[in-house]
Design a protein around this ligand. Structure first.
Ligand SMILES: [Mg+2]
Length: 382
């Protein structure tokens, strides 16, 4: 069955948020990351800064040398995470039934609209479904610009590989649809590194064999009937498929769960505190385990209770720092029950859950922040 996938990626996300919030920085080379006087790297560079060759993950000192007039801004991770939640909520709330979302990072998501549009792929033409989804992508970009003042690029394709490469190629503020019929040709001039799974090491192995572009790879497979196994081992079959834009990876169902929870219906309605605490503790452990398996943390913890007369209540709290730890989730669950005096009569059901899933703390992503912890946020021109 033909598929309709979007890859949505915010443009220069952190830098764009800073430029939106500081109009005086618009049009200037904004570099979000460590200050150049310190050891540390660039997290994000505005398009103006990229013209100077500034790239993320580059040492800030190098960035300052390439772009002495750069506006160095210390990252405001909390603001970016909050922004990410707003954007993902907009996508979630988009007026599309049967839309599935896989959030891949703070500013990036795959959206699967196959259930809605695939029936349009009449006869043998899967491209009719892709074309039908184009106005949806346009509307999503427009909503994000209007509601959040930020630019997103969307790539549209028949699978994740093509949608992702399309959004990279469409930047900035772009919308690029790659038809099934043209995907192999679209990939030809691109370097092999664009293919999912081709990292630095594999890229070097391929290049040493003269396979620099995806086109080289295609020709090697068809004309030379080359065997990639000698070069890349068990990855050969997948790589050969990717080289022609074939990819049947599903969206990651695990991360589709916008919330994770656990519920228990008691054999007999109960307000026995030790039993309720024990139940909550088990639920917290289950929730934490699921979070860990997804490598996510949660911004919101909620409890759900149902009384004997089937009255059902939920209470939740948002957290300044995302949680992933069972003990912490348990503690917050107890706090919610106590704060709202929910156990004022026997419960039929007790549930504990988390939502607002986000990648874990920025310290892991940006180790330099650990070193600079306690330092004052700094910003300003140099
Ligand atoms: Mg981005």
């Amino acid at each position: 069955m033909p598929r309709v996938l979007f890859h949505l990626d915010m443009d220069a996300f952190y830098a764009s948020v800073e430029q939106r919030d500081h109009p005086e920085w618009r049009g200037l080379p904004v570099i979000v990351g460590a200050s150049p006087e310190r050891r540390g790297v660039v997290c994000a560079a505005s398009y103006e800064a990229r013209k100077f060759g500034v790239r993320s993950a580059m040492p800030s000192r190098t960035a300052a040398r390439l772009c002495p007039q750069g506006v160095f801004v210390f990252p405001r991770m909390e603001v970016y995470r909050e922004e990410s939640r707003h954007i993902m909520a907009l996508l979630d709330a988009h007026d599309e039934e049967e839309l599935v979302i896989e959030q891949v990072s703070v500013d990036e998501a795959y959206l699967d609209l196959s259930a809605r549009f695939a029936h349009l792929a009449k006869g043998m033409d899967p491209d009719a479904a892709l074309a039908a989804a184009l106005p949806v992508a346009r509307a999503m970009k427009e909503t994000i610009r209007r509601e959040r003042g930020l630019a997103a690029t969307i790539g549209i394709g028949g699978n994740k590989l093509i949608a992702k490469i399309a959004s990279d190629a469409g930047k900035p503020d772009g919308l690029l649809l790659i038809r099934e019929a043209e995907k192999a040709a679209f990939l030809r001039p691109l370097p092999v590194g664009v293919l999912h799974g081709v990292g630095k090491a594999t890229g070097e192995v391929l290049q040493e064999s003269g396979l620099v572009t995806v086109g080289d790879l295609q020709d090697y497979l068809t004309q030379a009937r080359g065997d990639l196994r000698a070069l890349v081992g068990s990855y050969a079959a997948t790589l050969a498929a990717f080289a022609f834009g074939e990819d049947d990876r599903p969206l990651d169902r695990e991360t589709l769960m916008r919330s994770i929870g656990s519920e228990t219906t008691f054999d007999r309605d109960s307000d026995d505190r030790p039993l309720l605490r024990r139940t909550l503790r088990e639920q917290a452990e289950e929730v934490a385990e699921k979070l860990a398996s997804e490598g996510m943390a949660a911004r919101t913890v909620q409890v759900k209770i149902r009384y004997g007369d089937f009255t059902t209540l939920t209470r939740q709290m948002s957290l300044p720092e995302p949680v992933a730890d069972a003990a912490e989730i348990y503690r917050l669950g107890c706090l919610l029950l106590a704060k709202h005096r929910l156990v004022n009569r026997p419960l039929r059901l007790l549930g504990l859950g988390v939502s607002g899933l986000v990648p874990p703390s920025p310290q892991r992503l940006f180790p330099f922040m650990e070193r600079e912890r306690g330092a004052k946020p700094e910003s300003g021109s140099r």
